[in-house]
Design a protein around this ligand. Structure first.
Ligand code: ADP
Ligand code: MG
Length: 240
């Protein structure tokens, strides 16, 4: 689904990602772990071009999205992105927050978007919050709304950047349950600091990333038998 070739990203003279070549298959569940500042968010943001890579190419479903002629908006809407801090518009109702993008991009009419919103809100148990504002919701509820907002665009893939870092344990479990159901339908990439979550949510592949992919393996392998000393130190430190 995604082919990353020789991806590098610098901010000024600070090289954050150094020559990453990786691919993600359709239906794969990938977890990205690594210390703070190691470029995990930058990598995820490069995947949907919220950051422009300094070097290298990214191909999504056969289209080279790093090509300057690529239709970025169309491509981006196929990748739902969920952030640690939800990024909802505080001055808009929940319904407006989640129907804004599909209506503005003409993916759906307002009536269709309202219908879809009602269905999805019901699915996450928040149908009674449609006319509330973000500030009236708990963190866990806001994150469920942020996930609904991403799903409204009918994405092919879901990218999660530390989706539960700002949440209490109960809300975290609820978001993990929701991700569990999404896994059946979408290709999923999740960045997390939470090792239990990494082991639980991603069945397939784990990347350990520190500016480069230090180690990539089946999730169970990377946790049970890390090959690189840096991975081992990180994982045992986090679990221990
Ligand atoms: P992680 O998500 O693994 O914690 P990030 O991808 O957020 O790491 O950041 C990697 C490095 O890139 C950090 O040193 C960070 O300060 C730097 N960085 C990230 N975004 C920017 C930016 N927009 N401008 C300058 N430096 C940035
Ligand atoms: Mg980050």
């Amino acid at each position: 689904m995604i082919d990353v070739k020789n991806l590098s990203k610098s901010f000024g003279d600070h090289l954050v990602l150094d020559d990453i070549t990786e691919s993600i298959q359709v239906g794969e569940k990938v977890v990205i772990i690594g210390p703070s500042g190691s470029g995990k968010s930058t990598f995820l943001r490069c995947l949907n071009l919220l950051e422009t890579p300094t070097k290298g190419t990214i191909t999504f479903n056969g289209t080279e999205i790093t090509d300057p002629k690529a239709k970025i908006d169309q491509i981006r809407q196929q990748m739902g992105m969920v952030f640690q801090h939800f990024n909802l518009f505080p001055n808009m109702t929940i319904r407006k927050n989640i129907t804004l993008a599909p209506v503005r991009t003409k993916l759906l009419t307002q009536a269709e978007a309202d219908d879809t919103a009602t269905t999805l809100l019901r699915r996450v148990g928040l149908e009674d919050k449609a006319d509330s504002y973000p500030a009236q919701l708990s963190g866990g509820q806001k994150q469920r709304i942020a996930i609904v907002r991403a799903l409204m665009m009918k994405p092919k893939m879901m990218l999660f950047d530390e989706p539960t870092s700002a949440l209490d344990p109960i809300s975290t479990l609820k978001i993990e349950e929701l991700m569990e159901t999404l896994k059946k339908k979408y290709t999923v990439v999740i960045v997390t600091h939470n090792m239990q979550q990494a082991a639980r949510v991603s069945d397939d592949t784990a990347f350990f990333l520190v500016g480069e992919v230090v180690e990539k393996n089946a999730t169970s392998e990377i946790f049970a038998r890390p090959k690189d000393k840096r991975t081992e130190d990180y994982i045992t430190g986090r679990f221990g």
